[in-house]
Design a protein around this ligand. Structure first.
Ligand SMILES: [Zn+2]
Length: 210
């Protein structure tokens, strides 16, 4: 590790760690870009699927920098900054490995889902129903508790997701998922099933022809 007085940052100097980080960052950039294109197929809003403000940083550098400043906290994992006109995603990578771990992929999906919902003007907080639904559909770990009413809707969503997702063609599934998530706030829990069925039938008619 090397401390740079001007930028007040610590940099990796070990060639192996540098090399690991470089390889890992390339994989993370590709993975994030592909996942963002994937989630944009849900069409919850008008979004350019090539514009993704995401940066990565080395967790080891972050930890050592914090220690150096005598700060007792440092950031690992990922987070999204979503202000009125500025937003970006920042995700930590560990230079211990040179392959993207499942956990890191899950963090990337989790943060991109926050960002995507925010772009589409939909609720995007950790405890929002829309966020929970997207995280379930994309295996991205929502953890902050839902209120009782939203929990009922989420359970109804989960059942329909399990029912339709495995056998539905990619484009049909994404559009149905996007439509449901965009509207789930107005749908009562018992009607989630009905809405799913209705959208499945309508979207299939457009995309699947005999
Ligand atoms: Zn989150």
């Amino acid at each position: 590790m090397k401390y740079d007085k001007i930028s007040k940052k610590v940099y990796l100097t070990d060639p192996e760690a540098q090399c690991n980080y470089y390889k890992l960052e390339q994989q993370a950039i590709n993975y994030a870009a592909k996942f963002f294109q994937d989630i944009c197929s849900c069409q919850c809003g008008t979004v350019n699927d090539r514009v993704l403000p995401i940066t990565f940083y080395c967790e080891q550098e972050e930890i050592i920098s914090a220690m150096d400043r005598n700060e007792d906290y440092f950031i690992t994992g990922g987070h999204v900054i979503a202000n009125k006109k500025q937003s970006y995603i920042r995700i930590g990578l560990s230079s211990e490995y040179d392959v993207l771990l499942d956990d890191t992929e899950r963090i990337i999906r989790h943060e991109i889902i926050h960002y995507y919902l925010w772009l589409c003007d939909l609720p995007h907080a950790d405890d929002s129903l829309e966020f929970w639904c997207m995280c379930y559909a994309y295996d991205a770990d929502a953890y902050k508790k839902l209120n009782e009413q939203d929990k009922k809707k989420f359970n109804a969503f989960k059942r329909q997701c399990n029912k339709y997702k495995p056998d539905t063609p990619y484009n049909v599934w994404h559009i149905v998922l996007g439509a449901i998530v965009s509207e789930i706030h107005e749908i009562e829990a018992p009607d989630v099933k009905v809405k799913f069925k209705e959208y499945m039938n309508n979207v299939k008619k457009v995309f699947i022809r005999d």
